[in-house]
Write a protein that binds this ligand. Structure first.
Ligand code: ZN
Length: 429
């Protein structure tokens, strides 16, 4: 049977549950120590490529334009392959190349020691203010896409992502901080002696950490615990925030499937406007439970966290879907359908971040809004029940993977009316 026939046969049956994570997925352990605006860290990766490689590529998102403009960055101290020191080279600010010849299916270990410099006062995933410090995508990120290779797309200067990474087993994340500071981090906390805490997670594609004199509250959505930490100086009530997040988790779980991670950890932080999604973690600005942002970020736990995408190549695959989920949850769809899509973005829902780099002022309306509206209209065209069923099966089929528009098209193949709407919006090609 050819690959297309195999794929069609696979798409025809709706799996009974989420696909399991790849047993050969990368394994990551890391240690980070917070001190003021500096984080010193090391990471140990076990990587089993499914294609032969001559190098390992790690993306250094701390050196992306937004952070760098405000003084943020990352210095690489040492790089090792299979325990031996190997000189690495930065072919651009965010691309670290480590020579390593590895056959497909063989494992290699990579060790990297680094220092992060956290900027102050910018709306970004890196920041530091007073005793509060945070990073997302701060660990040098294995930029592998199974079946495809290294994800080398340029960074974006927009409030957006251009990163791509497969789901990894976070075998151990050790976080050190001054006594008296709380930690919000990806995964389940398995130890804490007051200065050193350890977390782990079964299947996450990136990591976020915040420390500070946080006000902390707990809640649960079903049997999934939620922890919220609010930074000093912000008026947000941690308990009310945790409850608002739990509500959104229940709504999205009913639509797409069970919450995909062991826990949701959320830090409410200064200088962030809106929210920034990570698998099992969210960095949130102040006051975001008053509008649809919290629901949007929680929806990303499925659309990006569980169902990954190349965020540089196909940003709509997570942003349009999170906005669509938020619209169904919060009833904002009618308002979105009335919004005017700028001429420069009309019919271009599926364009990559390189297209939006010089058009940042129309990115939100052209991708978030246009894409969400197309999904709402596709749902009406196909029939809500059939469309919801098809998306639920899509999520199960593609759990813990990086998807493409072709994967979505395959999941919607029995709903040609939906495919027509998404094609007209330039989402599907
Ligand atoms: Zn989003």
């Amino acid at each position: 049977m050819g690959s297309v026939a195999t794929a069609v046969a696979r798409a025809a049956a709706c799996p009974p549950a989420y696909a399991l994570p790849d047993p050969k997925r990368p394994r990551l352990s890391a240690i980070v120590s917070f001190s003021g605006a500096t984080v010193t860290g090391s990471e140990h990766l076990v990587f089993t490529p499914d294609l032969p490689v001559s190098e390992v590529v790690l993306r250094l998102w701390a050196a992306a334009p937004r952070s760098a403009r405000a003084g943020g960055g990352i210095d690489i101290a040492t790089t090792k392959v299979d325990g031996r020191a190997v000189p690495s080279r930065r072919s651009s600010a965010t691309v670290l190349r480590i020579p390593a010849r590895v056959a497909a299916g063989r494992s290699v270990t990579v060790d990297v020691a680094f220092t992060l410099r956290l900027p102050t006062g910018i709306n970004d995933r890196f920041g530091h203010r007073g005793t509060t410090a945070w990073f997302g995508s701060g660990l040098p990120l294995l930029a592998w896409e199974r079946g495809r290779g290294w994800a080398l797309e340029p960074a974006t200067s927009a409030f957006a992502e251009a990163s791509t990474s497969e789901a990894m087993e976070l075998t151990s994340l050790t976080v050190r901080r001054a006594r008296g500071l709380s930690i919000i981090a990806t995964g389940v906390q398995v130890a804490d002696d007051g200065t050193t805490a350890r977390f782990r997670a079964r299947s996450v594609r990136d990591v976020a950490v915040a420390v500070g004199r946080l006000r902390v509250a707990h809640a649960a959505a079903g049997d999934v615990p939620i922890v919220v930490g609010v930074a000093p100086g912000l008026a947000d009530d941690p308990t009310a925030t945790a409850n608002a997040l739990a509500r959104a988790m229940r709504v999205h779980a009913a639509r797409f499937g069970q919450f995909p991670f062991e826990r949701l950890a959320v830090a409410v932080l200064p200088d962030i406007g809106g929210g920034i999604e990570y698998p099992a973690a969210i960095l949130l600005g102040k006051g975001q439970t008053r509008d649809a942002t919290a629901s949007h970020e929680v929806a990303h736990e499925w659309w990006y966290g569980l169902i990954g995408d190349d965020q540089a190549r196909d940003p709509w695959l997570d942003e349009s879907f999170a906005t669509y989920a938020e619209a169904l949850d919060r009833g904002t769809g009618a308002a979105y359908e009335r919004m005017v899509i700028p001429a420069g973005g009309r019919g271009r829902t599926g364009a990559p971040m390189t297209f939006w780099e010089s058009r940042q002022s129309i990115y939100f309306r052209s991708v978030y809004i246009q894409g969400a509206v197309a999904l709402l209209r596709a749902r009406r065209a196909a029939g809500a029940a059939a469309f919801d069923d098809a998306l639920r099966c899509h999520v199960r089929r593609n759990a813990h993977r990086i998807t493409t528009p072709a994967d979505l098209r395959l999941s919607l193949q029995a709903l040609p009316a939906a495919i027509r709407v998404l094609t007209a919006a330039g989402a599907l090609r």
